[in-house]
Design a protein around this ligand. Sequence first.
Ligand SMILES: Nc1ncnc2c1ncn2[C@@H]1O[C@H](COP(=O)(O)OP(=O)(O)OP(=O)(O)O)[C@@H](O)[C@H]1O
Ligand SMILES: [Mg+2]
Ligand SMILES: [Zn+2]
Length: 285
Amino acid sequence: MNKILEVRNLSKIYGPGCPQCLDSTGPESDTNLCPHCRSVVAIHGVSFDLFEGEILGVMGESGSGKSTVVKALYFDQAPSGGEAIFYDSPANAPEGKHDKQHNLFALNSAQQRWLRNHRFGMVYQNPNLGLNFNISAGGNIAERLLMSDLMDYGAIRERAKALLERTEVLLSRVDDLPKDFSGGMQQRVQIAKALATQPPLLFLDEVTTGLDLSVQARILDLILEIQQELKTAMVVVTHDLGVIRLLTGRAIVMKYGRVIETGLTDQILEDPQHAYTQRLVASAL
Ligand SMILES: Nc1ncnc2c1ncn2[C@@H]1O[C@H](COP(=O)(O)OP(=O)(O)OP(=O)(O)O)[C@@H](O)[C@H]1O
Ligand SMILES: [Mg+2]
Ligand SMILES: [Zn+2]
């Protein structure tokens, strides 16, 4: 299996930072707030690999830094340090070679925008972040298609319809505004939009949090189906162990911005090594 993403020592500090920040935060200090300079060490030293078609879970309690990881990788927020390499798929690399590497945080903003629009997809917990609420569901998808390949209006509309159909949004609603959709339907439109360019890498941040259980279950099924069909590699951020269990093959566990445990999901859930993970798993039973 080919590696698609390599993350090394990713860190993000909110605030000025000081020489004591790292020693006075983290799981042992039981905080991510530096008592000396009041900076928040949102994440520090986060490393993981992701392979083509794999779903990796990022778990941990609220504030542990999960969203910060995917926001950095999707270029929503520049990290304070660390590196991430994206390996483009052989089909997209010149002369079929698998060495089209992108050193994500060394790219200029135009290059980052290109990757974001052509190679990555993001589904946010808050649909306000992922959708333009001033344009229709179909328009949201069309907008994303326009940023990628050049297609004529008719072709874009057909493709937008096909994507909404695939994510089980009624075609009669293609011209409706996102605000008129239920929370579950907004997430489906976000997923359709994220998939519009058939990205090899998708980030999902608490996509089902706050939805009714039955709606959650159907959206998780949809994500699994899509992963099987398109072989999309995914980073799934959630504090919901049910989501971790259902979707992911491997996972990392975060606490106060640090990765405290990593491994196969089954092993983490059945035989957690770290006391914190043991408590997380026990409390979810
Ligand atoms: N813009 C910001 N300015 C200051 N601190 C921030 C900012 N964004 C996030 N943080 C802090 O960084 C830490 C990590 O936040 P993050 O959103 O990554 O956590 P999370 O694990 O996704 O939590 P949740 O499960 O609640 O979504 C938190 O302490 C948060 O308050
Ligand atoms: Mg979050
Ligand atoms: Zn400090």
